[in-house]
Design a protein around this ligand. Sequence first.
Ligand code: DAT
Ligand code: MG
Length: 138
Amino acid sequence: MELTFANLKPDCVERNLTGKVIDFIESKGFEIIKMQKMRLSKIQAEEFYKDHVGKPFYKGLIEMMTSGPCIPMVLKKKHAVEEFRKIIGNTDPEKAEDGTLRHLYGTTVRRNVIHGSDCESSALREITFFFSFVDVIH
Ligand code: DAT
Ligand code: MG
């Protein structure tokens, strides 16, 4: 079993898609280990997305991620990181494969509903960014 980090982005919460997205995630066999609803400050969003500093979409990304509450969570499944990336789909909803979350609910690259860690080391950093006392070796 492995843990990954997911975040229901403000566009997801604002459009009342929380229940549908959580249902989809659970239907794919992920167990929700931790979950909270919170609004990121600008400083927190900048720290979380620091790898993207300087990219043309960075400012818009920070604006979107601080525009309203998000729902960060820790998920558990066998090969969770890779499996979760598969079910969210391509960053751009227009390119996301049929049946993926971003294909189903995403509107634009910026408003693509959900974040998922891209590798195990990102998952560890992102989980501990949002949650204390996670039993990381679950
Ligand atoms: P992913 O979220 O699929 O890991 P990423 O790490 O490359 O994608 O980028 C992080 C977020 O930044 C992405 O979910 C949405 C935003 N983003 C990426 N590329 C973008 C672009 N070309 N235009 C607007 N927003 C973009
Ligand atoms: Mg990424």
